[in-house]
Design a protein around this ligand. Structure first.
Ligand SMILES: [Zn+2]
Length: 445
């Protein structure tokens, strides 16, 4: 069954190709780009009128912690930098249970999808004795929501007793982590829209052995690797004191300076380190809201991109954002990078490319998503610019960022409508908010 998404107000394909007459989707795939004023040559059964809509590739979020939606604007963590912020929150996160994981995952997925995200990513690294199936719960939910996902089996193994930052209640042994990682790598091979990466949390919460062995295990299964790196000056000091190395040198010694790795943040790199990252082909997820909120610093996105690093965007958090809205994150990246490099250096289209094809490249999914082109999966976001804030806007594509869009009208993932008229069909948002608020209250109690 083919559908012509007909005559959009504007189409941004993410490539030099034009699709001003819309596109034809058959099954899960884009099969034709239609020129302005033309009709498709592919036979189609349905047409979908898009004449008031802006059509883009679905957005890609490369870094998040869904569970942190439960500790947003959390009193013990307000007005703190990263290390103090983490120390304030670890004791609350140690109380996460199955319901907390389920409801925070559902809420974050809903927020991301309603902001136009078709490929989501989560970095879950808090496990306890009573919570060893967090990723299993998330796998079930991304399947139910029908969204493309890269989930990660995160980990923390370096507690305070061994010189790390997290309390012992939230760390696991290297063996437990590796066994569970392998179990999940086998399990996820059965899923259609979800992939799994391994993601030891950070240099200050994971042993060097676990970094090395996670890399070996991920490579055995062809999975990606992910971690936080170069987020703050505190982390630089930690690495210099503990390893006598800067964070990137440490990463290299544990076998992670490689194209199968993407890093969250990537702020505190010097010129030489930026060149090494580019040569090795790593990806970096820029998280502007989190970096501004925690006062961590500014990621040198343009220099990294020029060196050959793949750039994606991530909402991070949500206790350091404190939202999961991908469109708002695009605007933050646009504003922050302009402030950092100058207005002429950063265009709205460049930011859109980080949030689509760039993110897809970071997550190694660029062969099938992140662009509107024939043969790509039908992951599409359609926006309507009829709110007060868009009135008078001359260029609809620029208006998306400049006027501060925050909501998608329709979202298609893998050929299926997952958001229609601003709603996720079958999802009771009121009930979800009620469950989520109850779970957040329980953590704070
Ligand atoms: Zn993070």
């Amino acid at each position: 069954m083919a559908t012509w998404i007909k005559n959009p107000l504007r189409v941004w394909t993410g490539t030099a190709e034009n699709a001003d007459g819309g596109i034809v989707v058959a099954g899960d795939t884009i099969v034709e780009l239609v020129s302005a004023g033309q009709a498709p040559t592919t036979p189609y059964e349905n047409s979908f009128n898009a004449d008031k809509l802006l059509l883009l590739p679905g957005l890609v979020n490369c870094h998040h912690h869904f569970y942190q939606t439960l500790t947003r604007a959390c009193p013990p963590a307000l007005n703190k930098g990263l290390f103090a912020w983490l120390r304030a929150l670890y004791p609350l996160w140690a109380k996460l249970d199955q319901e907390a994981i389920a409801v925070s995952t559902e809420l974050a997925l809903a927020e991301l999808m309603l902001s136009g995200c078709s490929l989501v990513c989560d970095h879950h690294y808090v496990f306890s004795e009573s919570l060893d199936n967090a990723i299993d719960i998330q796998l079930e939910l991304v399947e139910r929501f029908g969204v493309r996902a890269v989930l990660t089996r995160g980990s923390m193994s370096l507690g305070t007793a061994s010189g790390g930052l997290p309390p012992e209640a939230v760390v696991q042994s290297d063996d437990t982590i590796l066994q569970d990682s392998e179990r999940l790598l086998k399990k996820v091979a059965q899923q259609t829209l979800a992939q799994l990466a391994l993601a030891p949390c950070s240099p200050f919460s994971v042993s060097s052995e676990l970094m090395r062995e996670s890399a070996a295990l991920a490579r055995e299964y062809g999975a990606l690797l992910h971690t936080h790196l170069a987020e703050t000056e505190d982390e630089n000091q930690f690495c210099l004191q503990r390893f006598n190395l800067r964070p990137l040198d440490y990463l290299e010694t544990v076998g992670w300076l490689n194209a199968d790795v993407w890093l969250a943040h990537g702020i505190h790199f010097n010129h030489d380190e930026i060149q090494r990252l580019g040569e090795a082909g790593l990806g970096i997820c820029h998280c502007p809201s989190s970096n501004m909120l925690l006062g961590s610093g500014i990621c040198p996105v343009l220099a990294l991109e020029e060196a050959g690093v793949a750039i994606g965007l991530g909402v991070d958090g949500s206790a350091s954002n404190d939202a999961s809205n991908m469109l708002q994150e695009l605007r933050q990246a646009f504003l922050l990078q302009r402030l950092h490099s100058g207005a002429e250096q950063v265009s709205h289209e460049q930011v859109l490319s980080w949030a689509t094809s760039g993110g897809a490249r970071v997550l190694n999914q660029h062969a099938h998503t992140g662009r509107i082109a024939v043969g790509m999966k039908a992951d599409l976001a359609l926006f309507e610019l009829d709110a007060l804030r868009f009135s008078g806007a001359g260029d609809p594509l620029a208006a998306l960022l400049l006027c501060g869009a925050h909501q998608v009208k329709h979202l298609m993932v893998n050929g299926a409508w997952r958001v229609l008229d601003g709603d996720i069909p079958g999802l009771d948002l009121e009930q979800l908010k009620w469950r989520h608020a109850a779970a957040a209250k329980k953590l704070l109690a």
